[in-house]
Design a protein around this ligand. Sequence first.
Ligand SMILES: [Zn+2]
Length: 88
Amino acid sequence: MPSNMMEWGFVVVFFLLPGTIGAYVAYTKGRNPLLWFLLNALFAPTVMITLFQRPQRPVQGHYRQCPKCSEFSKWRENSCRFCGTALS
Ligand SMILES: [Zn+2]
């Protein structure tokens, strides 16, 4: 276990921070936050995978799925960024 502030800082920056970011991003993409927390906490570069992977399913407030081409767009966008179909 960490014994002083600097060691705690190290743990937070290199494990808890990427883990937390990864868990949140995974949640917004309809993926398992716990799984991605562990993966990103243990191996920080996997945060990049979390950031760039496709959403698994639409998540209210984060991603919509296009009914026509089934690609995902940001929740705030009104039309599909791939085929231009209006999203409701
Ligand atoms: Zn589309």
